[in-house]
Design a binder for this molecule. Structure first.
Ligand code: ADP
Ligand code: MG
Length: 603
């Protein structure tokens, strides 16, 4: 008996639950666990104490009834929830079982007490956490869902609202109703592939189908999680439809922009940090590129000659920091066929093109201008040669006179061969003509200027040409108005001009007709001299070129007449204009300042 009593005591003290024996409301036994639970260090501090001392006042009243109930129930697994007071007055929550026992031969109650404070606290915190999560999900401004197979097993109200459903409706429908099957498939395969290489986060960028059938653009993130023991997808998404729409609008604006510059008759390139965003038709032509697609996305430096890279880069920074357009600057471009191209480029910053600040560059092909510069240089050379020629011509003229004289002499001496002499005389005439024209190439001298009435000058020229006109059956008419102007001029040179122009008119009418010369001085202070013929006219493509040296359509022409006339008229501060209608005739109008209007500064 004693042995088993000792073993029992030992066992009781080892129990993790508290054990207490109450006899007539007083504690007559307690185990170690009980002492620990109540914060008591010594058995003497509890044995003999009333049990009420350790019961929470709120539970005190119910205590006897509870004990009776538990004993009557006689089922050790029945327990009740109770709150006790520790010695330090802290409340502990417990589960309590009770059995009837004998103590010293009297009826006593043995209470087995399990401290559930910690567990309760944990439960509470779990509940709290769950609540926290729940309210987080409900209030977060993003759509949150858990998808399991083809169902939504969790959706927050924000997501439901995004789709136009209620949360309950979301649970009822299939994922197919929320997203196109294609989108689902691509997303699924992306996730499976990703998981294969150890990824667990997957960005979402897809279109959703709303309850009313319209589309929304979603962007967000998803994670693979375990839910109810199955792999499922937890995702958070945002409705980016407005953003998308704004992007679309920007895109449309950009398209409009492109449309506008597409047909601008200047090559234009738009770029962002040196990357081509757009190039219009002419730019493609200049660079020798067949299609827009081939240039978009390439670096502008591919088309700029190496030697201009650094400068271009520097300018790019400058352009992007101001609103001013840069002045045109020369660059060398490399076409796709490898040819180098001289161009001028001016650039300006364009704000908000596809939401960005970009650079618009206008290119000017300099090839044509370079060529015309060359022509200019050539004609400058020509005029230098012309002046030289004038000097030489002077030296030639005298020997020519001698040659002509002796030819005539010889022809009368050898009458048997008149043919040869006439050829010689004609050729000498021709040389004389050219030499004379060359001489006038030299700049007219101011020294020879004086005021002269126009009428006699013209008359002398007309009488010179009369014979030729009669020969080809042309009637030469002249018509002066009442003003009879005087011109401050070099008479010989003016004669030369009228001679050239009227000769051209006659030469244009080998079949005969009428050449009219009119003179009128007008309010504008100029004498207007018009030489009007009824010849074939001058073709349009030729008219702009007339006046270039040696340009002639005549077998025996020199192509110097109009050039020299132009020079002379220019030196007289006048103008010479040719207008012509094909098959109707040509009008050459010469305007010369009348003398009294003339001020100093000629020459
Ligand atoms: P040339 O008379 O020696 O040919 P010009 O300089 O006087 O040289 O004239 C240049 C060219 O201009 C002529 O060859 C001719 O083709 C054209 N031209 C000039 N005047 C006329 C005109 N009145 N009618 C038609 N063509 C003309
Ligand atoms: Mg001529």
């Amino acid at each position: 008996m004693r042995e088993s009593e000792e073993r029992y005591q030992h066992l009781v003290h080892m129990l993790p639950d508290g054990l207490i024996v109450v006899l007539e409301d007083n504690i007559v036994f307690a185990n170690q666990a009980m002492l620990t639970m109540l914060g008591i260090s010594n058995f003497d501090d509890i044995i003999g104490d009333p049990i009420n001392k350790f019961i929470h006042p709120e539970f005190m009243e119910r205590f006897p009834a509870m004990i009776n109930y538990l004993i009557l129930e006689a089922n050790p697994s029945t327990f009740t929830y109770y709150e006790l007071l520790r010695l330090d007055q802290q409340v502990i929550e417990v589960e309590m079982r009770a059995v009837a026992v004998k103590f010293d031969g009297k009826n006593a109650v043995q209470l087995i007490i399990h401290d559930i404070t910690k567990q309760k606290r944990m439960e509470a915190s779990l509940l709290e956490k769950e609540y926290l999560y729940k309210s987080l999900m409900e209030n977060v401004v993003a759509g949150v869902f858990v998808g399991l197979r083809d169902k939504i097993v969790y959706a927050n109200p924000y997501l439901a609202e995004m789709y136009g459903y209620t949360v309950e409706e979301m649970y009822a429908i299939s994922i197919n109703d929320l997203m196109d099957q294609d989108e689902i498939n691509t997303h699924k395969s992306k996730i499976l592939r990703g998981m294969g290489i150890g990824l667990s986060q997957f960005p979402i960028k897809s279109k959703g189908i709303k309850k009313d059938g319209s589309r929304i653009y979603l962007e967000g993130n998803s994670t693979v999680i375990m839910f109810n023991g199955e792999l499922s997808l937890l995702g958070t998404v945002q409705d980016v439809t407005p953003k998308r729409e704004k992007e679309k609008l920007l895109m449309e604006n950009a398209k409009l922009y492109q449309k506008i510059i597409k047909f601008v008759p200047e090559p234009i390139v738009m770029s962002d940090h040196g990357i081509v965003l757009y190039a219009n038709k002419l730019a493609l032509e200049v660079l020798g590129i067949e299609s827009e697609a081939k240039i978009i996305g390439t670096s502008v430096f591919e088309f700029i000659h190496q030697s201009h890279h650094a400068l271009t880069l520097e300018k790019m920074h400058l352009i992007m920091s101001t609103d001013e357009a840069t002045p045109f600057e020369e660059r060398v471009l490399i076409r796709t066929d490898g040819k180098l191209l001289d161009v001028e480029v001016s650039s300006i910053r364009i704000n908000n093109y596809l939401g960005k600040d970009v650079m618009l560059s206008v290119i000017r092909d300099l090839t044509d201008r370079k060529r015309s510069e060359e022509v200019l240089i050539r004609s400058e050379k020509l005029s230098a040669i012309g002046q030289l020629a004038a000097g030489v011509a002077h030296e030639i003229r005298n020997p020519l006179t001698a040659l002509k004289g002796f030819t005539q002499l010889l022809s009368s001496k050898y009458p048997e061969n008149p043919h040869y002499f006439s050829i010689m005389a004609n050729e000498i005439d021709r040389i004389t003509l050219i030499v004379n024209e060359f001489m006038t190439l030299a700049k007219p001298h101011f020294a020879n200027y004086r005021s002269e009435p126009l009428e006699p000058i013209l008359q002398s020229v007309l009488s010179l040409l009369e014979t030729q006109a009669i020969l080809i059956n042309v009637e030469l008419k002249v018509c002066f108005d009442h003003t009879r102007p005087s011109i401050f001029c070099n008479v010989d040179q003016l004669k030369q001009v009228f001679l050239n122009i009227i000769k051209n008119a006659l030469e244009a009418m080998p079949q005969g007709g009428e050449v009219v010369v009119t003179v009128a001085s007008l309010e504008d202070g100029f004498a207007h001299i018009r030489i009007i013929d009824g010849g074939p006219g001058i073709p349009e493509e030729l008219i702009s070129k007339i006046g270039e040296p040696f340009l002639t359509t005549k077998e025996k022409g020199t192509g110097l007449g109009i050039m020299i006339s132009n020079r002379i008229i220019e030196a007289h501060k006048g103008t010479l204009q040719i207008s012509s209608v094909m098959n109707e005739g040509t009008v050459v109008e010469i305007m010369l300042p009348v003398e009294d209007q003339l001020t100093i500064g000629l020459g």
